[in-house]
Write a protein that binds this ligand. Structure first.
Ligand code: NAP
Length: 495
């Protein structure tokens, strides 16, 4: 199935147009969509806002800088930048929205954008609700037959309660089907590929259950420490920053049932259904099934508590490993292990699906426990290289009969890599098309917070024994023990 773009006319309003994300990710992504004609090249305009007293030209200079490496010519870049307008605007001041609304009407008439408005809030999360509420109360929303869509950045709340408050606040101005919550992992090619591999191949889907799968492992490993984000990170920690959103989304796609059709509403229904059977632990279960870590020092590398802007008594976790269970027919008894951390051995994201061994190993006196057979493993490499490896057992060539592991490997070609859009490009394009498949719905986000809250509440009341892992390792020993207790081990190790 191919889902192609149609040119869509739209007026964008970007809150946070002077910020880092806009410069580094959003402008280059919108430019790529423009070059590919996924945005109507004539009928589109963007009003960028921030408190700074910029002129249109100041914003256009930033745009030109952001797209200079991918522009085919100066004329092309200039023509693109000419669609951008700047308005100095304080999002907390309701009066400013009236000026914004008038300006939007003017540009809508000039660019004939048919009343289609896309609002992108790329600001600190405490502003998400304020902007959304003012857009409605100050009549900035289009009311002449076009669409109104809201794209918002992460994080969506700090816990279930704050996430619910934010959601209620957005709900005063936008219906759920108008809200596009960005989780850029959902825009990654290999995360999208999970559904193609699962639902496009009976050979996969028929074994995608607890009868054949021993466990599933999701690893989001980072090589760097907190860098210049320490202020934000120390207030968040790995559980909120990576597990509640990115990891839970990946796990849900791995666990969900096949949707009735490959469209956003059907996919969301199945994701929500899967999450309803996610086991929400009590305190003791959370202690048993989650491990936290904080990196120590090694050589020149300071320990986390001595990084700039980190309190020396910080108990913030820079590492999390956990075991998730889905209490449904498909997954009962099959654990999903997840882990993420900073200052680990390397930067990569991978998913390992570990299959059960045959009940009897005919090659080795029939005893599967003494079997020389490897577990079959399907590994999806999400980052930095996109590839799929199916690890199987084969015969060692030659006389005798000995088995050995063999790999069937598919690596994304250079051509495919060139044609793969950056997650932000893909996601903005989807929002323009009105396709919410790769965005997180409120119910998904809420359920993930329910799980994260139990773990967070436990950790906030018990003092950890930090630091407990070395930079360059794959995390604390407790994370290995978590799997060992079930007779399992991480597929990727440094051993
Ligand atoms: N940067 C990243 O790599 C990254 C990655 C993932 C997610 N995110 C998310 O993206 C969002 C934006 O991040 P960022 O790094 O771009 O932040 P940033 O560089 O700090 O930018 C914040 C923006 O908000 C504007 N702003 C702040 N207060 C305002 C007010 N009262 N009225 C109007 N505008 C105001 C700022 O403009 P003025 O200073 O001109 O007012 C600026 O444009 C955040 O939700 C963040 O969590 C960022």
């Amino acid at each position: 199935m191919t889902v192609l773009a149609t040119e869509t006319r739209a007026l964008f309003m970007l809150f946070g147009a002077t910020g880092d994300l806009a410069k580094r990710k959003l402008y280059p992504s919108i430019f790529n969509l423009y070059k590919k004609n996924y945005i109507d090249q004539k009928h589109f305009a963007l009003i960028g806002t921030g408190r700074r007293k910029w002129s249109d030209q100041d914003l256009r200079d930033v745009i030109l800088e952001s797209v200079k490496d991918s522009a085919e010519s100066e004329d092309q870049a200039n023509e693109f930048a000419s669609h951008f307008y700047y308005m100095s605007h304080d999002v907390t001041n309701p009066e400013h929205y009236r000026a914004l609304s008038d300006y939007a009407d003017k540009l809508e008439a000039k660019y004939e954008t048919e009343g289609n408005r896309i609002f992108y809030i790329s600001m600190a999360p405490n502003f998400f609700g304020t902007v959304a509420e003012n857009l409605k109360s100050q009549n900035v929303l289009s009311d002449n037959g076009g669409f109104n869509r809201l794209i918002i950045e992460k994080p969506f709340g700090r816990d279930y309660k704050t996430a619910e408050e934010l959601n209620n606040s957005l709900g005063k101005s936008f219906n759920e089907d108008q809200v596009y919550r960005i989780d850029h992992y959902l825009g990654k090619e290999m995360v999208q590929n999970i559904q193609a591999l699962r639902f496009g191949n009976p050979i996969m889907e028929s074994v995608w259950n607890n009868k054949y799968i021993k466990n599933i492992q999701v690893t989001l490993s980072e090589k760097l420490g907190v860098e210049e984000r320490a202020g934000y990170y120390d207030n968040s920690g790995a559980l909120r920053d990576m597990v509640q959103n990115h990891i839970m989304q990946i796990v849900t796609i791995l666990a969900m049932e096949e949707p009735v059709a490959f469209k956003d509403t059907d996919i969301r229904n199945e994701k929500i259904r899967a999450l309803r059977s996610l086991r929400i632990y009590d305190k003791d279960e959370a202690r048993e099934n989650f491990v936290r870590g904080q990196y120590g020092a090694k050589g020149e590398q300071r320990d986390y508590r001595h990084e700039d802007d980190v309190p020396t008594d910080s108990n913030t976790e820079t590492y999390v490993a956990g075991k998730l269970m889905f209490d449904n027919q498909r997954w009962a008894g099959t654990p999903f292990y997840v882990r993420t951390g900073k200052m680990l051995a390397d930067k990569f994201t991978r998913i390992d699906v570990v299959f059960k061994k045959p009940l009897i190993d005919v090659f080795d006196a029939g005893d599967k426990d003494k079997s020389g057979l490897d577990s079959d493993v399907l590994t999806l490499f999400v980052d930095p290289v996109q590839k799929v490896i199916l690890h199987l057992n084969g015969k060692v060539p030659g006389q005798g009969f000995t088995t050995k592991g063999i790999d069937l490997t598919h690596v994304q070609s250079d051509e495919d890599r060139k044609n793969t859009p950056e997650p932000y490009e893909r996601l903005i394009h989807d929002a323009i098309k009105g396709d919410a498949t790769s965005f997180a719905s409120w119910q998904e986000v809420g359920r993930a917070w329910k799980l994260a809250d139990v773990v967070r509440n436990l950790w906030d009341t018990e003092k950890p024994d930090f630091p407990n892992y070395t930079p360059g390792s794959m995390g604390p020993k407790d994370a290995d023990d978590l799997l060992a207790r079930d007779g399992n081990k991480w597929v990727f190790t440094l051993d």
